[in-house]
Structures are given as structure tokens and as C-alpha cells.
Write a protein that binds this ligand. Structure first.
Ligand code: ADP
Ligand code: SF4
Length: 690
């Protein structure tokens, strides 16, 4: 990959112990909900990164033993030799594309419940496990520690046999035994593994030395270490023990993979960490302490920032999890000077939510993520068009934009009509709210791409009805007309409309996002959507100086956002802004100056003074145009259409990621054999009964 440009430094090869990385792009370990349950999907997803130019492609955490059993979550597994063939699928596929394969060995200690294996949980100290399950971990004795070291060593040997080039020791995120030993507040031992930092670091040192001894001839041994927990003096700090650990172990690993802890800090969303490169100030000391290569992350997708981090001696490798998910071809695009084509991560953590739910990974920006094997989707390639010539997409939100872009890539003459004066639909609206500005990238990437193509015509301020479609004479129509928020309070927990009195002032999220705001006085936000938007609106109105009460039938604010690692931050931020949070409340009536709320347990009614109410509950699909076209097609009355598809929120309101996916799938499936699309819905990995 020799190139001559201002980015050429990123394409220099770098030695890591006994192996050599072809460039400086390093996909650090990240979870994906594929793991040991879906080995073919896993191999294909990792191989796509290798094809996209990453020099190192890592697994997610790989449990080394049944006493680190994360069931029901499908992480990677290397319990015994039976796991080797599945892992081999990945290493072979990654090697075929010229990249190195890394495996993140892990023992999760008190973070694993061992639901499947039912073995005792291990920890440096006697402690409850850190999952909601009534079980305690037992403090490891010296025999346990010796046995654990042997498991780790054996796993490293299996990893070598499975073809891995880099083997990790993982001491980060408060999720691993090595990290639990290192941290003061989870290690109360009084033997040589507890007390002083040197003692607490002993196990990590031993794991590194064991691994080097076992596999160091062929494999590099990496240490993933969280230098700072972002908890100030109550946790490990880069200014203190974090630095001392690096100093103490400086030359032992072949590579330092450094980050911050916990996971919500490491994978911070743009809502709470808007800046790319947000970890740099924590990790920038590491390279001064070691001669070994250093990799770090921080949602890095700007090539200029990458170059400056390498030139300024902060890192040797540009680490990425999310930027590599949003755009597996990021290195190739930089190499080929197609920087404008990079699909930048928006920092929404939908990818993270999948791991938390134990389902295959998906990404808002990259609808092919997780579908490489299952649907044979490639992020940069799509079949050329069939016999049809043109297509009309109605609605320029995320579904319509993605559909139009992929249809254009297939070679159709594409017409995109949007009622508003700007493209983006809900993405443009939502990104105007506090902290969500980066979400605009979903629209920007697609708008830019459409603008580069000669076979696309975009019409703004063009609200179409069935007669317009007849006049246009385009036979293939994709309806992406979106959804609007309900104004009647019907939501997740209440299927009948809320009683709204005459003169009451009621708003929906669409009003707020359009800039129509409640007058002075007390605003009640009612969240029976329980996702993210009500919390953002509460923040927005509080920042505008409104007195805000937040009522929800849930027990916490925005419960969905636990999956995106944001819930604690959201609730803290609302409390700090003076928002009055009223959980377990169901809105019953709305009046001009007060509302009534019932306790979800007892039904007891409470009256709240408020002058306006924002109802964040459910959405109505906007499908009238689709319904009219379908109706007239059934009656042989309207325009003669070869294809009519309803996509995005107009088909099923959901996340922005769902809308993008829906638009992508519709474009891929267009002109495909219908029976193929319906019968072979997608490939499944079925356990062989042999
Ligand atoms: P999705 O998430 O499915 O893409 P959005 O609500 O974000 O849905 O976007 C739908 C877009 O469709 C909006 O920008 C809206 O203005 C536009 N739209 C709705 N009805 C029409 C119509 N009849 N003609 C053109 N555009 C429409
Ligand atoms: Fe980035 Fe969101 Fe995609 Fe995750 S899901 S990689 S955070 S755009």
C-alpha cells in the first residue's frame, strides 16, 4: 500500500514483536453479538475490515475458560480445542486479505455469572458479582491463581494454533480478572497479589510473561490497559497509578493498547463526548514510557487528526472500533484520497446496544454491518441494475436517502422528491437538539454522494400525491414518507387517548424540533416512548430556561439508553439542570393549568401544576400516499407501476438505523427474484447435529 500523499505516514508498516503490520490502521477488539454462536458471520465481518485496509483485525473478548462464561451473550470463546475450527474461519479469512488477526483473551472474573457452566465465580476478593443475579464471587487462593495462569497460557497456545498473530492480555473496562486485581477497590488481598500497586500488578505481569513464554516466538503479546477510569481519585488515574503501571510493565508487552474505563467512557457517545480524539489527553504519556508500539482510540475518523497523532508521537497505530464499523473501508478511502467518501461514525452506540442485547451487530451509518455473510452484503459493492431503467423515491429522510443512493449506485436513473426545503427528514430535525449534532452525518454522507452522481435528480419543496406520480411516469416507486408523533398520548403503556381539556396546550416532538416552543410557565414532558427523544427534549427545554417536569411510567429516564451506555449520564444531566423527575407515572388528563398523573402501581392520582405538555409517546406512519397508490393499483385506476415499496418509518417506525437499513434492503432487493427474496430470507448458522 505504498502511497505518496500527506497521509503516507499512515501507510508505513510497523513491527509488533515477531509480526509486522502492513500499515497503522488497527481495529481494536470490539464486541459484535456474533461470537461463538455465529462463526461464519463473525469471520466474514472481520474479513471485510481486512479487505477495507485495516492492518490488524481483532476479535471481541474471547472467554478462556467455562468459569468466565458470559452466557447468554455470544462473545468469543476459546475454552478448549473444539473452539479452534470456528476461530480458524476468522484467521484464515483475515489473512487472505493481508491483515494480522488478534484475539483478546479474557477471564471476566466477577463480571461473569457463569449461567451456562454453573461454575463458581472467581475474583481477587469476596464480592457480589457485578450483574443483577444473586451470586457472589469467591476470593481466589494461590491454587486458583496458579490454575488460572495455566488456563490463560493454554488459551494462548490454542490461539496460536488457531492462527492468531497477536494475543491479548486484557486489563480494562473493569470487566476482567486482571483489571480487578489491579484496582484498589476490587482487590482487598493481603498476600503478594494485593496491597501495593506492584503486588496488584503481579498477575498482569505474570499473564504477559506466561503468554510470551508460550507463544512469543510466533505471536505478539499485547496488553489492553485502561490508564484512567475517569472517576477522579476514587479510581485509577493516568496521573497516578495508571502511569505507574505503564512504567512498571513498559517493555513486557509487544504492544500497548491503551484506553479509558469503564466501557461507557471508552465508547462515549457524541451526545456526551462530541470531540473525536477525546481520549488523547489521557493516553498521551504512554509512548514516552515504552519503546513498544502504542495504539489508542477515541472515535478517530479524521485522517488529519490521525496523521498529527502519529507525527506528534502519541500513537504508532490509529485504533478504531466504531469508525471501523461505520466504514470498514476507511483505510482504503484514505489511501485512495477519497476522504470525502468516508462514512463517519455518528457516535450513537446502536452498535454497542446490540452487544448489550446479545444480538448481531448493526450500525446506523453502515447498514451492511453484520450482514456480510448472512445476506452477502458488501459495504462498497452492489449488483448492477436489471432491466428496469428508473426509480422514484418519495421522501428524503434516512430511508429515502439510503434507498436513492443505493439505487443510483446500481445504475438506475433516480428521482428523489422531498416535501421540505432540506433533505434529511428526522435526522435533520433530531440533530438540531442538544448533543445530537453529529447525527446529521447520516444525511450529509448520503446527500454528498447523491450530489456526485449524474444519474440522480433531487427535487426539494416537492410534496407528491398520487396524481404527480402518474404525471412523472416512473414505473418503480419507493415510498419513504416517514412518520409523525402522535398528539393523543397513546403510547407504550396506555392504549387509549389521554383526556385533553379545551384550552390545554399540547406539543409533540415534531413541534419542538420545528422550533414551536411552549410559552413561559411550567412544562410537563410525558415520556411513554421510553427511548431517547423525551430526555433530549427535556434537556433542550431546561437549557432554554423552562421549568420542566419529566413524567414517565418507567422507573428511570429513557430506559432504552441503558443499552447505548448513556442512561446514567442523561438522568444526571437532567437532575443537574433542575428537571423534576417523576417515575412510575401515567398521564391521565391534561388541563390548561394542571395535569393528572396516576401511579403505575397503585393508581393513586397526583395533580401537577403545568401550563403545557409535550407528549412523547408513539408515532403515526405517514402512508397515505402509499395506500392511495396501492388502492388505485388494485382497482387498475392510477398510474401503472412495476414496483411499489413502502420503506423506513412509513413502514415501521423505529430507530434511524432501522430506517437506513430498510432503504438499503429495498434497493438491494429491487429486481431480485421475488421467491429468492422471500424464501431465502437470509442464511442461518445452524448447529450441526453430528
Ligand atoms: P424515514 O426515517 O423513514 O426516512 P423521515 O420521517 O425521516 O422518515 O423522512 C420522511 C421524509 O419524507 C420527510 O422529510 C418528509 O418531509 C418527506 N415526505 C413525507 N411525505 C412526502 C410526500 N408526499 N412527498 C415528498 N416528501 C414527503
Ligand atoms: Fe458509530 Fe453509531 Fe455505527 Fe456505532 S452504530 S459505529 S456509534 S454510527
Amino acid at each position: 500500500m505504498a502511497i505518496d500523499s500527506k497521509y503516507s505516514i499512515l501507510f508505513e508498516s510497523v513491527n509488533i514483536g515477531p509480526v509486522t503490520a502492513r500499515n497503522r490502521f488497527y481495529q481494536v477488539p470490539h464486541c459484535c453479538g456474533l461470537g461463538h454462536m455465529r462463526p461464519r458471520a463473525h469471520a466474514a465481518m472481520r474479513a471485510m475490515k481486512a479487505e477495507g485496509g485495516w492492518a490488524v483485525v481483532s476479535t471481541e473478548e474471547a472467554e478462556i475458560h467455562p468459569s468466565s462464561d458470559l452466557s447468554p451473550f455470544p462473545e468469543q470463546r476459546i475454552w478448549d480445542d473444539h473452539d479452534i475450527p470456528a476461530l480458524r474461519l476468522m484467521t484464515d479469512a483475515v489473512h487472505e486479505q493481508g491483515a494480522l488477526a488478534a484475539i483478546e483473551l479474557v477471564h471476566n472474573g466477577s463480571h461473569s455469572a457463569n449461567h451456562l457452566s454453573r461454575t463458581p465465580v472467581l475474583s481477587p476478593s469476596e464480592t457480589s458479582i457485578d450483574l443483577i443475579y444473586p451470586k457472589q464471587a469467591r476470593a481466589m487462593d494461590k491454587t486458583d491463581i496458579r490454575t488460572f495462569r495455566q488456563w490463560h497460557r493454554d488459551a494462548a497456545l490454542r490461539a496460536k494454533r488457531a492462527g492468531f498473530d497477536i494475543v491479548y492480555v486484557y486489563a480494562g473496562h473493569r470487566l476482567t480478572l486482571a483489571h480487578h486485581f489491579l484496582l484498589k477497590d476490587s482487590n482487598d488481598r493481603t498476600d503478594e497479589y494485593g496491597g501495593s500497586l506492584e503486588n496488584r500488578a503481579r498477575l498482569t505481569r505474570e499473564l504477559l510473561e506466561d503468554a510470551k513464554d508460550a507463544v512469543g516466538d510466533k505471536c505478539a503479546v499485547a496488553l489492553r490497559f485502561a490508564v484512567d477510569e475517569m472517576m477522579g481519585p476514587s479510581g485509577m488515574q493516568a496521573s497516578d497509578e495508571g502511569r505507574e503501571v505503564v512504567e512498571m510493565l513498559a517493555e513486557i508487552p509487544d504492544l500497548w493498547d491503551v484506553n479509558v474505563s469503564d466501557w461507557s467512557n471508552d465508547s462515549a457517545t457524541t451526545r456526551f463526548q462530541p470531540e473525536d480524539g477525546y481520549q488523547t489527553s489521557y493516553i498521551d504519556f504512554v509512548k514516552q514510557m515504552t519503546s513498544k508500539p502504542v495504539v489508542a482510540v477515541g472515535r478517530l475518523s479524521s485522517p488529519d487528526m490521525m496523521v498529527s497523532m502519529v507525527k506528534n508521537g502519541i500513537v504508532d497505530f490509529v485504533g478504531a472500533a466504531r469508525p471501523s464499523i461505520a466504514d470498514p473501508f476507511l483505510p482504503v478511502k484514505i489511501r485512495d484520497e477519497r476522504v470525502d467518501e468516508i462514512r463517519e461514525c455518528i457516535g450513537c452506540n446502536i452498535c454497542v446496544s446490540c452487544d448489550n442485547m446479545g444480538i448481531p451487530i448493526r450500525c446506523t451509518q453502515n447498514p451492511t454491518m453484520g450482514e456480510e455473510w448472512r445476506r452477502n452484503w458488501h459495504p462498497e459493492q452492489i449488483d448492477a441494475r436489471g432491466t428496469e431503467q428508473d426509480a422514484l423515491v418519495v421522501g428524503g429522510g434516512p430511508a429515502g436517502l439510503e434507498c436513492a443512493m443505493q439505487l443510483a449506485r446500481r445504475g438506475y436513473e433516480v428521482t428523489l422528491a422531498e416535501a421540505r426545503s432540506e433533505l434529511g427528514g428526522r435526522v435533520t430535525a433530531e440533530s438540531s437538539l442538544p448533543g445530537l449534532g453529529a447525527w446529521k452525518r447520516v444525511a450529509d454522507h448520503r446527500t454528498y454522494d447523491l450530489g456526485q452522481r449524474g444519474n440522480v435528480q433531487v427535487f426539494l419543496d416537492s410534496k407528491l400525491d398520487a396524481s404527480h406520480i402518474g404525471e412523472l411516469g416512473i414505473r418503480n416507486v419507493f415510498i419513504a414518507t416517514g412518520s409523525i408523533w402522535r398528539r393523543d398520548g397513546v403510547g407504550r403503556t396506555c392504549r387509549t387517548p389521554v383526556d385533553v381539556a379545551d384550552g390545554a396546550s399540547v406539543f409533540t416532538p415534531d413541534d419542538i424540533m420545528a422550533g414551536k416552543l411552549p410559552d413561559a410557565g411550567h412544562v410537563l414532558i410525558y415520556d411513554d416512548d421510553q427511548a431517547y427523544l423525551a430526555g433530549v427534549i427535556a434537556e433542550h427545554l431546561a437549557m432554554l430556561g423552562k421549568k420542566v417536569s419529566f413524567v414517565t411510567p418507567a422507573s428511570i429516564v429513557s430506559p432504552w439508553t441503558r443499552e447505548t451506555l448513556e442512561q446514567t449520564r442523561i438522568q444526571t444531566s437532567l437532575l443537574e439542570k433542575g428537571v423534576d423527575i417523576i417515575p412510575h407515572g401515567q398521564l391521565r388528563t391534561v388541563g390548561p393549568d394542571h395535569s393528572r398523573v396516576a401511579c403505575t402501581f397503585t393508581g393513586k392520582i397526583r395533580t401537577l401544576d403545568c401550563h403545557s405538555v409535550v407528549l412523547v409517546t408513539e408515532r403515526h406512519r405517514v402512508s397515505d400516499l402509499f395506500d392511495a397508490l396501492r388502492q388505485s393499483a388494485n382497482n387498475d385506476a392510477g398510474p401503472e407501476l412495476a414496483a411499489l415499496e413502502l420503506i423506513g418509518d412509513a413502514a415501521a417506525p423505529g430507530l434511524i438505523a432501522d430506517a437506513v437499513y430498510s432503504g438499503h434492503k429495498a434497493a438491494r432487493d429491487f429486481e431480485r427474484d421475488k421467491s429468492e427474496v422471500e424464501l431465502a430470507f437470509y442464511r442461518r448458522e445452524i448447529i450441526a447435529l453430528s
